[in-house]
Design a protein around this ligand. Structure first.
Ligand code: BES
Ligand code: MN
Ligand code: ZN
Length: 481
């Protein structure tokens, strides 16, 4: 499937998709629409569409009117979802090309209209069929978008590719995607880009006292890695932003073992890391004028004779000690070393960590919103701004320091869990204790990175690629800042 922008209609298409508002005329097939309206068969209402076949010489074409409701009320998200629902239906018997007609919209611009079409069709067609021996055949077709404007298609395609890269990595089973392999994938992905990369091994992690990360990864035969990527496309004076991604290639829970049901999807526990890698590649491809680091502590949380145990007291890169109450609260331990490294060794002016951190996040916010915990209101506003005209949704939780008392330990500086209530907040606050008071935000993507639920935006099953676009917009909005 390829996307093409065209400014002339000089070929035939199997399907023509025509967006229609309730309260506007359309410039092609207006006569048909008027008849439909008269018969009340289709009126352009939100959530409706109408398909009819058209005879042209000896060929038959399909025309789909896509209802979008009132022009002034259309949002980006609704437009995206409309494209999904029409394209999901059409894609099953496509053999020829598809043409989208443009809309002019009051609430978002042409670039975002094109982006919604591209990302929505891409989400409908995304497949992870690498390990299926008899692959279903991909029908070959192109998607043409009729747009007079000279928009930057390359950027939109790069965004699409970055989202797909995240999906591919998150869908990859952990017996293939070990921490070592994650390091290799990072090297492979950045090799032709203006990105420096270091992949440090277990010895380095030990020698450099990343003790919390080391403890989490200790029981696995697949040894941990600490990955640092650097892209400096800005000026020397511009601020340095570090993105730290939780990279648990598998989370069994360790001795605080998960139920077998809870374990099945835990290959997704490196989604934060995958989005950081994808972000780095996207920012570098677009040559954004920003200075950013991508930091990925990656390991596997397993069980064996030398694993860390509930009740153990462990160290960390910061020097602070931690009483391990649950070995299943491992992500915050790996992140503690990751964000501290970013704060101290990379001289970051701003730190953003992204992690599939707590099941409680799904209880608090459901499966559409990622949670944000931060120590700086402006950062949240910036992140929220970056989510505009995307299908990434975030919601701020109170980072009330009063809750830090829940992390008090009798035998160490901290406990690694804060009890039953406000689990997403205490997890976030825990990570925030290791950023040396630098401006910081934590994004908990536990329930948006993976889709088991039909309520979410596509793909229907497996990795979603959520938050990548938000992070990219955040960088774009911070050019030369
Ligand atoms: N990786 C999990 C969080 C998670 C849960 C991600 C469901 C995706 C879907 C994390 O390491 C974890 O196990 N968190 C525990 C924390 C608890 C022990 C305080 C949880 O949420 O149960
Ligand atoms: Mn866990
Ligand atoms: Zn985890």
């Amino acid at each position: 499937m390829e996307f093409k922008l065209i400014s002339k209609l000089d070929k035939k298409y199997q399907v023509e998709i025509i967006p229609c508002f309730e309260d506007c005329e359309i410039f092609k097939y207006g006569d048909v629409l008027n008849k439909l309206k008269k018969q009340k068969l289709f009126e352009g209402k939100k959530g409706t569409h109408y398909l009819f076949n058209k005879n042209d010489a000896d060929e038959i074409f399909q025309i789909v009117f896509m209802g979008l409701g009132k022009k002034s009320e259309l949002t980006y998200e609704y437009f995206y979802k409309s494209v999904v629902s029409v394209f999901e239906e059409m894609k099953t018997n496509l053999v020829g090309d598809v043409l989208f007609y443009p809309i002019e919209c009051t609430n978002f611009d042409d670039r975002n209209m094109l982006k919604a079409i591209i990302l929505a069709c891409n989400a409908c067609c995304y497949k992870f069929d690498k390990y299926i021996t008899k692959k279903s055949e991909n029908s070959k077709f192109n998607i043409y978008i009729y747009a007079n404007k000279n928009e930057d298609l390359d950027e939109l395609l790069n965004i699409k590719d970055a989202i797909n890269l995240t999906r591919d990595l998150v869908n990859e089973p952990s017996n293939f995607l070990t921490p070592e392999e994650f390091g290799n994938r990072c090297i492979e992905q950045v090799k032709d880009l203006n990105i420096d990369i270091d992949v440090y091994d277990e010895n380095w992690i030990k020698q450099n006292s990343l003790k919390a990360l080391y403890e989490v990864g200790k029981a696995s035969v697949n040894k941990p890695r600490f990955i640092v990527m650097k892209y400096f496309g800005g000026n020397e004076k511009d601020k340095v932003i570090s993105f730290v991604g939780k990279g648990l290639t598998y989370d069994s829970g360790g001795y605080s073992i998960k139920s077998s049901d809870g374990m099945v999807t835990m290959k997704c526990d490196m989604a934060g890391a995958a989005s950081v890698l994808s972000l780095m590649t996207l920012v570098a491809k677009q040559n954004l004028r920003v200075n950013i680091f991508g930091v990925i502590p990656t390991c596997e949380n397993m069980i064996n004779g030398n694993g860390f145990k509930p009740g153990d007291v462990i160290g960390s890169l910061s020097g602070k000690t931690i009483e391990v109450i649950s070995t299943d609260a491992e992500g915050r331990l790996a992140l503690a070393d990751g964000v501290y490294y970013a704060a101290k060794n990379l001289n970051s002016d701003l730190i953003i960590d992204i992690a599939t951190l707590t099941g409680a996040c799904g209880i608090a916010l459901g499966t559409k919103y990622a949670a944000v915990i931060d120590n700086d209101e402006n950062i949240f506003d910036e992140l929220n701004n970056a989510s505009k005209n995307t299908v990434d949704s975030i919601w701020r939780l109170p980072a009330d320091k009063e809750y830090l008392s829940l992390l008090k330990s009798d035998v160490a500086d901290y406990k690694n869990i804060g009890g039953r209530y406000g689990g997403t907040i205490t997890a976030g606050l825990f990570v925030g204790e290791f950023v040396l008071n630098k401006p910081w935000a934590h994004i908990d993507i536990a329930y948006v990175a993976w889709n088991d639920f039909s309520t979410k935006i596509l793909p229907k099953k497996g990795a979603t690629g959520a938050i990548v676009e938000l992070l990219y917009n955040f960088c774009k909005n911070n050019e030369n800042a």
